[in-house]
Design a protein around this ligand. Structure first.
Ligand SMILES: [Zn+2]
Length: 289
């Protein structure tokens, strides 16, 4: 499931083929994903120019010169793929005779850009979503309105997180997954941040000291920034490969490492896995208190 760094990577991968370009053709190949597509989606997209690409939480937002914003959510299994004109078409420039990929199974939305790139949204499980929103009302949209601050933004800091966790009985793990407290953090990066900060995922939110929160906040930013940077490198590799954006290999310190030795120096404890609110938590019982 894509988390914030993967979404950021997809957005950065789309930038060079979308920014400042018009959508030449939009092929909407089914009526819905998780929700129905907006009315006349294809007509509303065709001819519109992308004037800004940005991200809020796990939503990619493409502002159009028509005054609308295309919201893209990858859901559980959504993928964006870019295919380009083959080299042989270079001498046919201007004729739009590039060789786009043939739509694959589960390619539900295809955008052909003015510059010759074909962007395909593929989503086998269809938990993804796309919507068109008035740009001026973007932050009142139902999916965006109640989101907490971005973990990489200035609003997310020790005093803020401390005030949100104070008096809370829920485990710290669940509180950090609560999108109203901080938006875009998912299971993997919460596990990794808590391990780095030495906080047990079962610890009750209200019982995490301010000192510990002061340690945790920069670690949350670090794990995300490192993953975004890994995504950037994967993007450079992927461009030469199949154009599939945003899924890249990570090495995690705790996530997915149940029964393996803790990565901390001088610790020989084995990583444990427990289930919290239906999700796996991986942690070291010696390093995380
Ligand atoms: Zn350990």
């Amino acid at each position: 499931m894509p988390e914030l760094p993967e979404v950021e990577t997809v957005m950065r991968g789309l930038e060079p083929v979308m920014m400042g370009q018009k959508i030449r053709y939009a092929d909407i190949r089914r009526p819905d994903l998780r929700w129905p597509f907006p009315e006349n989606m294809s007509q509303r997209l065709i001819g519109a120019k992308i004037v800004r690409l940005h991200r809020r939480s796990k939503y990619i937002l493409c502002d159009l010169d028509s005054g609308e914003t295309l919201l893209i959510h990858l859901g559980m299994s959504g993928r964006m793929t870019i295919s380009h004109a083959g080299n042989e078409s270079e001498d046919l420039l201007g004729n739009f005779q590039y060789k786009p990929s043939i739509p694959a199974k589960h390619d539900h939305v295809i955008l052909d850009m003015q510059g010759g790139a074909r962007i395909s949204f593929n989503d086998a499980r269809r938990f993804g979503a796309m919507d068109l929103i008035d740009t001026k009302n973007l932050f009142d949209h139902k999916l965006i309105k109640s989101l907490g601050p971005e973990p990489l933004g200035n609003e997310f800091n020790t005093p803020y997180l401390y005030s949100k966790l104070k008096g809370k009985a829920a485990p710290i793990k669940s509180a950090l997954l609560d999108q109203r407290i901080v938006s875009g953090l998912g299971n993997i990066y919460v596990c990794e941040s808590l391990w780095r900060a030495g906080i047990n995922p079962k610890r009750l939110s209200g019982k995490v000291s301010r000192k510990k929160i002061d340690v945790l906040v920069p670690f949350i930013r670090d794990v995300l920034r490192e993953a975004i940077s890994a995504g950037g490198s994967s993007l450079r590799d992927h461009r030469q490969a199949n154009g599939d954006l945003g899924y890249f290999q990570h090495s995690f310190a705790v996530y997915g490492r149940e029964g393996k030795k803790c990565n901390s120096v001088n610790c020989s404890e084995l990583i444990k896995r427990i289930i919290q609110s239906g999700r796996s938590s991986f942690y070291c019982s010696k390093c995380q208190k």
